[in-house]
Write a protein that binds this ligand. Structure first.
Ligand code: BES
Ligand code: MN
Ligand code: ZN
Length: 502
């Protein structure tokens, strides 16, 4: 699907060859002065004046073959205050109301729209028209091929438009891979997909297998993988958009391609949803897909430990003690708390980059779903500045998170009589104690953890991956790139000698 941005009047839009036209109508358009005589605007004005359309954002009115208008299907969509959130609602509703199979070419007429709303509009078109077809023999792929976004001044919103297109691409990448069933998205296949990303400019990818991982001493990661006949993969991606000496942001994504719970087996109902347990990995890879398009001036490293969590004669057992790459030993009391075991070794590996920020993304705990549901991701950070930056990025990208606590008292329950720590504490505050476990492996790095268990996919009738938090991560990295541009130049060497104020 291609997007283009054009300066368009409603006169011009009405004469475009397209299968449908969506006319975004913010509240302020109600009061706009008259004198416009194009058929689209007259139709919309009349419908609003006659109260044929509700005022709330997301309300829609359809029309068919309006005289003087080329696209034969029209949707008038109320866009409230014109904010990104309201525009997103409007576009999603309009595409729900239109017959999508009949739409190859779409015009989205947005007039005097603000920059963040342009990005939201593009993402909403992608979100509403995405179709999963990879493992269906009869499914029709998405019909939509070309989307023209018409605005009053294309130059003023060009950058936001490009960001929207790149984020949409990253989100689709993440949704696609998270949606694929466990047997179609093994660690090996996921690594192959990551390798494809390595063909893009400024992106390189390296994939480590069991031998290399053993050599690194990733005992916790290997312990989880040992119950599966699928070999583990450790994927290392690098996006180099800034000088070599510029220290990177490191992203870590949980890549459990299927989580049975292991010997601490999960109950059968809804276990299929544990194919989404690589949602963190998918979002990190999707973020790289977006970076490759946007080419921002920043260095980013992506780390994805990927394996299955299976019960088996060789699988880890409750009570087993393993040695992590950091040297710390872990008593595995519950084999279903496997995400933290693969992440802790990736966090240790990340130390070699002396990251500017270290951010892990994981479908880590059911407890986070209970705490925050599907609206906001749980966010933990050991620096206020980083927490603030991630919070703001989430708000701006309509991909919100909420900061959670890291008081040391929460780590009490992780004490073990047989190892340096246990991999689980009691039931209370399960998302927090998981974060406290991870914190033992981050050293002095500015670190944040996103528990995306509630937001990475939707269950029920509309079951499927969301691609979150790609929008948040891309926004954060673009913000970070502009902060970096404002900093005086520092090389990695001086950064190592003189601890920087973070
Ligand atoms: N992948 C799950 C977390 C999860 C569960 C995400 C349900 C979304 C929905 C994770 O590996 C897990 O099993 N966590 C356990 C931890 C517990 C054993 C301390 C959990 O949340 O039950
Ligand atoms: Mn688990
Ligand atoms: Zn898991």
């Amino acid at each position: 699907m291609d997007f283009e941005l054009k300066t368009l009047t409603s006169h011009q839009a009405a004469s475009m060859a397209a299968d449908a036209l969506i006319l975004l109508w913010p509240d302020r358009a109600d009061e706009a002065a008259g004198g416009i005589d194009d058929p689209l605007t007259l139709w919309a004005r009349g419908a609003v004046a006659d109260k044929d359309i509700e005022p709330a954002a997301g309300s829609c009115l359809l029309a068919h073959r309006l005289p003087g208008v080329q696209p034969r299907r029209l949707a008038l969509a109320r866009a409230g205050d014109g904010s990104a959130a309201a525009v997103r609602k409007a576009v999603l509703a309009a595409l729900k109301a239109l017959p999508q199979d009949a739409l190859k070419r779409l015009v989205l007429l947005a007039g005097n729209i603000a920059a963040p709303a342009v990005s939201a509009a593009v993402q909403a078109v992608s979100e509403a028209s995405y179709r999963y077809v990879a493992t269906k023999s009869q499914a029709k792929p998405r019909a939509l091929q070309k989307v023209t976004v018409g605005v009053a001044d294309a130059g003023a919103v060009r950058q936001a438009f490009e960001q929207g297109v790149a984020v949409a691409h990253g989100v689709e990448w993440a949704r696609e891979w998270a949606n694929r069933p466990g047997n179609h998205a093994t660690p090996t296949l996921l690594a192959e997909a990551a390798r494809q990303l390595g063909r893009q400019p400024k992106v390189s990818v390296e994939v480590l297998g069991p031998k290399e991982v053993a050599k690194l001493g990733m005992g916790a990661f290997m312990a989880v993988a040992q119950g599966s006949s699928e070999p583990l993969r450790f994927i290392v991606l690098k996006y180099q958009g800034a000088a070599k000496s510029s220290v990177p942001v490191v992203l870590v994504g949980k890549g459990i391609t299927f989580d049975t719970g292991g010997i601490s087996l999960k109950p059968a109902p809804e276990m299929d949803e544990m194919k989404f347990d690589m949602g963190g990995a998918a979002s990190v890879l999707g973020t790289f897909a977006a970076l490759a398009r946007l080419q921002p001036a920043i260095n980013v490293v992506g780390l994805v430990p990927s394996c299955e969590n299976m019960p088996d004669g060789r699988a880890i057992k409750p009570g087993d003690v393993v040695t992590s790459m950091s040297g710390q030993t872990i008593e595995i009391l519950n084999t279903d708390a496997e995400g933290r075991l693969i992440l802790c070794d990736a966090l240790t590996y990340a130390q070699r980059f002396q990251p500017r920020a270290l951010i892990d993304v994981a479908t880590l705990t059911g407890a986070c779903v209970i705490a925050l549901g599907g609206v906001r991701a749980g966010m933990y950070a050991n620096r206020d500045e980083l927490a603030q930056a991630l919070y703001q990025a989430g708000e701006q990208a309509l991909d919100p998170c909420w900061r959670m606590p890291l008081d040391d008292e929460y780590a009490e329950g992780l004490k073990s009589p047989f190892a340096d720590m246990a991999n689980v504490a009691g039931r209370p505050a399960g998302s927090v104690t998981a974060a406290k476990f991870l914190q033992k492996f981050v050293g002095e790095a500015p670190w944040a953890h996103l528990d995306i268990a509630g937001v990475a996919w939707k269950g029920g009738a509309a079951k499927g991956a969301t691609g979150r938090p790609v929008p948040l991560l891309v926004q954060y990295l673009l913000d970070e790139a502009s902060r970096l541009a404002q900093e005086p130049r520092r090389s990695a060497k001086t950064a190592a000698k003189t601890p920087r104020k973070r």
